[in-house]
Write a new protein. Structure first.
Length: 141
């Protein structure tokens, strides 16, 4: 693929990202990043802010901003490590677990327009291709 073809592909990814992210936020009431952050905490449990930053590939300032908003809304709690004051531990709250469960129930994939664009097979293929692009860009392949 030449540079022009690749730039068109990247632009399509950008437009799809903007449209789908906007639709996701409108339908769920959560920003995609905050939703993923809460789901990570729900699945992982209490962890350091640094671990969240690494897992979600977000810079530390952005993680701090997202966590501040989530904390203000009662979705996470943060506490400094008593042994290392620079380290912050984050934990999801029961309110967040409840609201996420309600959101998942409300947006069940069988009825969810967000999930009807791709078949299960296409979703898996797209995930693999995006992961391949990410790994290639990071120099992991």
């Amino acid at each position: 693929m030449d540079l022009r073809g690749f730039s068109k592909l990247l632009y399509q990814i950008k437009i799809a990202n903007q449209e789908l992210t906007s639709k996701f936020e409108k339908e769920t009431g959560f920003s995609l990043t905050r939703y993923e952050l809460m789901m990570f905490l729900k699945e992982t449990g209490k962890c350091s802010q640094k671990k969240i930053q690494c897992e979600l590939c977000i810079d530390s300032a952005a993680v701090t901003r997202h966590l501040k908003i989530l904390e203000e809304n009662g979705y996470v709690s943060r506490e400094r490590n008593a042994e290392n004051n620079r380290e912050v531990f984050v934990e999801i709250t029961e309110k967040a677990k409840s609201d996420l469960a309600s959101c998942e129930e409300k947006h069940d994939t069988s009825q969810n327009s967000l999930c009807h664009s791709l078949s299960q097979e296409e979703e898996e293929q797209l995930g693999e291709l995006l992961q391949k692009l990410i790994k290639k860009e990071e120099g992991l392949e």
